[in-house]
Design a protein around this ligand. Structure first.
Ligand code: FAD
Length: 429
């Protein structure tokens, strides 16, 4: 595409831009907090979590004084820039039942109820969020995925939600989605779509109308835990209760960091192409996904490899390494001179076949002298074949630790004592 035809960069998501251009979604103003105030409940974060919490609190107790603090604008985070798919988490039902039993089913039922409830809420509150109960269409794009259509339906039937699915022949798929790559498919009737930013901004307006005090451009810099006091640059909120609705930002809060796995996801938007949709007969508004994308999105995968094709080749995304017998103290005590690395970070694959990885140390690197940790040192860069390093293993720790580097992977591994490792230079940090 020539450079002058590229879409201009957006400051906000396209969804949010569209919504904010309309007065019913832009206003009223919610200026930053200036001064100290008190409330029954203070909510941190103006995404769906924070705003729906405020909504249901006011539903339960209309006189409750609720303050909501948002560092940016309400809907400025993922709530105003997501895919807009409302689904009942049905694909996860099997896994949720297996792991959590009846609680897993209740979770899916609650998610499923929300599909209609959001539509009814928009209707009742005059929020035109382009809500549509259109359903989904799953298609197979290669013979290897044909079987999965039947498996998907079998699993749904086994979990008691088979009535929501219907298998489609190749002809039936083409009547709804005439793509040359489409083979057989299945409809899933119980999903809806919204313009997510309109929903977020409509919710914000409804909250303000209900008397929720919203302060935007108001980052909470500290939250007192014993008494809920939210500190912000312009003032404080002292409240009986605090609710955290900070989504991925919660990863910055020390007590939560270790129990959260932050992951990312992206959407790609095209320019409107109604004629093209017409040509393809894709006019029903249903979400369409092919089973390869579903696999890439993590559905029905063992989680131990990147699905093909991928630029990295085989890749252990969920590495479990069997522990050994040594304690970390023993490993240190048996080292005359060496480095204690507590974390590798920023690692990238240089040579997949040789498993050569480059990266840096982080979060504390220490010099060991005479069997004792002597002093901290600056971080090091490294470029090392992992296979080669593992062949130099001298001892393996008996305790394992969960380590996560990428958005979507985690490893449970013991400490390793390795005789030689190629550090390539010192970092400035
Ligand atoms: C690209 C993408 C596509 C997605 N597609 C879908 C989809 O199709 N369907 C679906 O169901 N889900 C989807 N999701 C997930 C969905 O968007 C999120 O689960 C949901 O928006 C989370 O809402 P939230 O209120 O918890 O978080 P957020 O919307 O992230 O809100 C958190 C808010 O907290 C604020 N904040 C952070 N730190 C502070 C602070 N210190 N002080 C004050 N405020 C602070 C942030 O500015 C933010 O506005 C998608 C997500 C992304 C990113």
């Amino acid at each position: 595409m020539p450079a002058d035809e590229l879409p201009r960069p957006a400051d906000r998501s396209w969804w949010l831009e569209e919504a904010l251009a309309l007065p019913e979604f832009a206003g009223p103003e919610a200026p930053a907090l200036q001064g100290d105030t008190s409330a029954d409940v203070v909510i941190l974060g103006g995404g769906y979590t924070g705003m729906w919490t405020a909504w249901f609190l006011k539903e339960a107790e209309p006189d409750l004084d609720v303050v909501l603090l948002e560092q940016d604008i309400c809907g400025g985070g993922p709530s105003g820039r997501n895919g807009g798919f409302l689904n009942g988490m049905y694909e996860d039902l099997g896994m949720l039942l297996e792991r959590f039993g009846p609680e897993g089913r209740r979770t899916v039922e609650a998610a499923a109820r929300s599909i209609e409830e959001i539509g009814a809420w928009c209707e009742a509150n005059g929020v035109d969020a382009h809500y549509g109960l259109h359903g989904d269409l799953a298609i197979s794009t290669a013979p290897a995925f044909d079987r999965q259509i039947a498996e998907m339906i079998e699993e749904a039937e086994a979990n008691g939600v088979g009535h929501l699915y219907r298998e489609l022949s190749a002809e039936e798929v083409r009547e709804r989605f005439d793509s040359p790559v489409a083979r057989i498919g299945a409809t899933m009737s119980h999903t809806a779509g919204v313009q997510p930013a309109r929903l977020a901004r409509g919710l914000r307006r409804a909250l303000i109308e209900r008397g929720v005090r919203i302060f935007e451009q108001t980052p909470v810099t500290r939250l007192g835990v014993r008494t809920a006091i939210a500190e912000t640059p312009g003032g404080t909120v002292r409240a009986g209760h605090a609710v955290l609705g900070l989504n991925a930002w919660s990863g910055a809060i020390a007590p939560l960091r270790r129990s959260l796995m932050v992951r990312g996801t992206y959407i790609v938007a095209s320019a409107p192409a109604p004629e093209r949709l017409e040509q393809m007969r894709w006019t029903g508004g249903e979400g369409v996904y092919d089973l390869r994308t579903a696999k890439q999105a993590g559905k029905a995968t063992t989680g131990h490899a990147l699905p093909p094709p991928n630029p990295e080749g085989p890749f252990p995304l969920n590495l479990f390494m069997e522990p050994g017998k040594a304690t970390l103290e023993e490993m240190i005590a048996s080292t005359e001179r060496g480095l204690l690395v507590t974390r590798f970070h920023y690692s990238n694959i240089v040579h997949p076949v040789e498993s050569t990885i480059t990266g840096m140390t982080r979060d504390g690197t220490f010099w060991i002298e005479g069997g004792e940790v002597a002093y901290p040192v600056k971080n090091f860069r490294f470029t090392q074949s992992i296979i080669e390093a593992l062949t130099n293993t001298e001892s393996i720790g008996r305790d394992t630790e969960l380590a996560s580097e990428f958005f979507f992977s985690a490893s449970r591994v013991p400490a390793l004592k390795i005789a030689s490792f190629k550090f390539s230079g010192r970092s400035d940090h």
